[in-house]
Ligand binder design. Structure first.
Ligand code: HEM
Length: 127
């Protein structure tokens, strides 16, 4: 079983050897990840001791990020202090799938406009 933390334990962990962040009821030590984080070390330091779930979701982390995270997990919140909010869909499924759907939607509506314009031209020219 992984180590159980209370929220105040995470907030008050001033250890130089740890940078604890809560993300979706799990506790991560990102000290060794600071230099590698593509979003920069500053933002991780800003979230030290905090629950960064919402900001993390807002950024929209990819499936790769999600896979990478498990490497830095050091424990989880005790059951009574969990928020039990599932990560946003974009977080677990990644953006690529959504983007593809979006592109398809745009090209379909562009196609529809072209068809309407063509019909209008044919109508005015030949009728
Ligand atoms: C263990 C925790 C974390 C891991 C493993 C992680 C991993 C990553 C990865 C792999 C990326 C590159 C883009 C992607 O693949 O999604 C990224 C970007 C980013 N991350 Fe994190 N991250 C973590 C925590 C956080 C936290 C707590 C924040 C706070 C809001 C954050 C903010 C950002 C930002 C702002 C970017 C840059 C997005 C961009 O430039 O488009 N990350 N992160």
């Amino acid at each position: 079983m992984s180590k159980q933390y209370t929220r105040s334990e995470v907030v008050n962990s001033n250890s130089k050897e740890k940078i604890l962040i809560i993300l979706h009821d799990k506790v991560y030590d990102v000290l060794s990840f600071l230099n590698e984080h593509p979003g920069g070390e500053e933002i991780l330091l800003d979230h030290r001791g905090k629950d960064g779930s919402e900001d993390f979701d807002d950024v929209g982390h990819s499936k790769d990020a999600f896979d990478l995270m498990s490497k830095y997990q050091v424990g989880e919140l005790i059951e009574s202090e969990r928020s039990n909010n599932a990560p946003k869909l974009s977080w677990t499924s990644g953006y690529t799938k959504d983007d593809k759907n979006k592109d398809q939607g745009i090209s379909q509506s562009v196609l529809a406009i072209i068809v309407v314009v063509l019909i209008a031209i044919v109508y005015y020219v030949y009728l």
